[in-house]
Design a protein. Sequence first.
Length: 276
Amino acid sequence: MSEPAYLTANRANWDDRAVAHVASPDYRVAEFDDPDFLSDVVRFDAERLGDVRGLRAVHLQCHIGTDTISLARLGAKITGVDLSPVSIDRARELADRTSTPADFVVADVYSAPAALDRSGSFDLVYTSIGALCWLPDIDRWAGVVAELLRPGGRLFLRDGHPMLHATNESRPDGLLTLEYPYFETEPLIWDGDGTYVQTDHKITHTTSYQWNHGLGELITALLRHGLELTLFEEHDTAPHEAVAGRMTPLGNGEWRLTDRPERLPLTFTIAATKRP
C-alpha cells in the first residue's frame, strides 16, 4: 500500500529543512560541544517538566535532535523519533560528536509504537515546538501517546498555539487577522522555499501539508485515550520569530509581540498522566 501524499511531501520537505537547520546559527548546533549546553526550548520547559533523571523517554518528532540531546543531558534515557531520515542522520551525528547517550529511530508518529517495539513502557513522551501541525488526526496522535506510555507515565507537550496558526500575519497593512482554520479540517497545502530560521539554504521540496487542531480537540483526545491533565498553560512567547518583523527577542531564546503582546497566545504547554 502506498503511503499518503502528505507523508511523502512532508518527509522530503523536512529532509531539506534538516540540512538548512544544522547550518543555521539559530539551532546553535556548534554550541553543543559544551557538555553543559541545553537548547533554548528545553531550558524553557525544564521548570515545568521537572526531574527527568532515569526516565525512559521518547521524543516524538525530534527533528535534528537538539532537544533530544538536551533531555539526555538532564538525565533522561531517551529515544528520538522522526519521519525524516536526513534529520535522524544529523541527530545521530550530533549525539556521536558530543558523546551523548541517545538513540534515534526513523518513523512517522503514527508508526512509532511499532517502530519502537516498546509500547506501554515509557515513563515520558515529550513533544516540542512545531510538531502537531504536521499531523492530520489529533485523536490518532493521542492514541499513540497513550500506547507508548506505561500506566502513570506522562506526556509533556509545548507547541504553537492554534490561534497563532489560524492568524494571517503577512497582510501588507500590518493587521493580524483570523484567516485560517482553527479546528482540524482539510489540510492547508503550502508551497515555499523558506523555513523559520536564518539560513541561505533554499528548500527544493517546497510542498508541505499542515493542519490546525483546536485546544478543545487536543484536550478531548487526550482524555478519551485515558490521560489526565496536570498542567495547561498558554504563553505570549515563542522560541522563534513567529510573526516576522513584529516581535522582540527577550534574550532567553523567546520572542514576544512588540505591540500589545496580550492580544495573541503564541504557544501553550500541556502535561498529562496516563491513568493506571
